[in-house]
Design a binder for this molecule. Structure first.
Ligand code: SAH
Ligand code: SF4
Length: 392
């Protein structure tokens, strides 16, 4: 059985041709699946009977198994989907006035292993397939349409952010067809500016995304200098800040907006000082020189959402506000992200699902922490606080 959720419209056209059908049949089929949420081929009455029979025999629209669903006080909904093999991933719906945002996972776990992220702490099991990425949207959209009793053509989900579990740009081959389904006018019809890929900084894939499918881009920076970013986002050792910002600048040539969103998780006494705010401002504003050209950006400060065993704490609100003010006074549009759904652990960085850690990253982290704790050194505050986290 082939799961039709794995195809963007071009690929569905190829598959239909292989079945001896005209490619335009693919558009009809695609619309049934992604605009009406249909999975029963017999009901697709505008398709020829012979084609429907072929579909029944060889294809399916296979959604994900819902392991649980939780609704937060603020209306945020979190689904846990069982993706087999002991892995489960989470998807979060965030309702706001006039819009509905779906936060989608791209991997079971994550190999980047950021210090402040519950997903990273779990290690990595596997990439999700295109079908598993699309199925999160398919399930949420049509489930919500039923529940909210939306009329034909009304949308429950107006925005998608690839900010759930996983690093989307480390699952590039599955990501791009999924994005195409989201953008397709015969699919979910979301504009490129309403679909955001958030990345911890996989530089070569930022360049490829610009060429293949330039949706809105968010870069998870979290530190104004390489020494601290190396500690918080280990991928920085491979792609340091200067290279990351250069890739982000390059992305702007085809981005749907004229800025890049910079995400910055506010960690108490780690990355939240006024000096660090000024360093971030200098980095983003640049000085007009070739060495320091800056980056047209908006900054989104995310108050850290604690999870068990992180050992880190959220910056106090005054400190976040002071940090924001430095950036705003410097001319950078800065917002503070509202925490949503934290009573059901659905806030940024709290998604953990269930992951079989095949990289043994948790074990390696414990080892690395033990080595670091043993090493006597006077370190800057940030590094010390991070390491204290590991010991906790
Ligand atoms: N892997 C991608 C996308 C998923 S994470 C990335 O890192 O960008 C989405 C956002 O949530 C990122 O900016 C991430 O840094 C942030 N985040 C992770 N853990 C967090 C936590 N505990 N509290 C607040 N934000 C967190
Ligand atoms: Fe992975 Fe993003 Fe979490 Fe870092 S913040 S571990 S890249 S999911």
């Amino acid at each position: 059985m082939v799961n039709l959720l794995q195809f963007d419209r071009d690929a569905l056209g190829d598959w239909c041709e292989q079945q001896g059908e005209q490619p335009f049949r693919a558009t009809q089929l695609f619309r049934w699946i992604h605009q009406r949420g249909a999975r029963d081929f017999a009901a697709m009455t505008d398709l020829a009977k012979s084609f429907r029979e072929k579909l029944v025999a060889g294809a399916e629209v296979a959604g994900l198994a819902v392991a649980s669903e939780q609704v937060a006080e603020d209306g945020t909904i979190k689904w846990l989907f069982d993706v087999g093999g002991g892995d489960a991933v989470e998807t979060v719906f965030i309702p706001e006035a006039g819009r509905g945002t779906l936060c989608i996972s791209s991997q079971a776990g994550c190999a980047v292993n950021c210090r402040f992220c519950a997903t990273g702490h779990q290690g990595f099991s596997r990439n999700l397939t295109t079908a598993e990425i699309v199925a999160q949207l398919w399930h949420a959209e049509f489930e919500l349409r039923r529940r909210l009793a939306l009329g034909e053509g009304e949308r429950a989900i107006t925005n998608v952010v690839m900010m759930g579990m996983g690093e989307p740009l480390q699952n590039y081959a599955a990501l791009v067809p999924a994005l195409k389904v989201m953008l397709d006018d015969h699919g979910y019809g979301l504009s490129r500016r309403r679909v955001t890929v958030s990345t911890s900084g996989v530089v070569p894939m930022i360049d490829r995304l610009r060429d293949d499918c330039p949706v809105a881009l968010a870069v998870s920076l979290h530190a104004p200098d390489d020494a601290l970013r190396d500690e918080l986002v280990p991928l920085n050792r491979k792609y340091p800040i200067a290279e990351l910002l250069a890739a982000a600048r390059g992305y702007l040539s085809r981005a749907p907006r004229d800025f890049i969103t910079i995400e910055y998780c506010m960690l108490d006494n780690v990355n939240d000082s006024p000096t660090q705010a000024r360093a971030l401002l200098a980095l983003l504003r640049g000085d007009g020189s070739a060495a320091n050209p800056g980056l047209p950006s908006k900054v989104n400060l995310i108050p850290f959402n604690p999870f068990a065993a992180s050992g880190l704490e959220r910056s106090p609100a005054e400190r976040v506000a002071a940090f924001a003010k430095v950036l705003q006074d410097g001319g950078i549009v800065t917002t503070i992200r509202k925490t949503r759904g934290d009573d059901i652990a659905a806030a940024c960085g709290q998604l953990a699902g269930e992951v079989q850690d095949r990289t043994r990253v948790a074990e390696r982290r414990a080892h690395a922490a033990a080595v670091r704790v043993a090493a006597p050194a006077s370190r800057r505050r940030g590094a010390v606080a991070v390491e204290r986290g590991h010991r906790a």
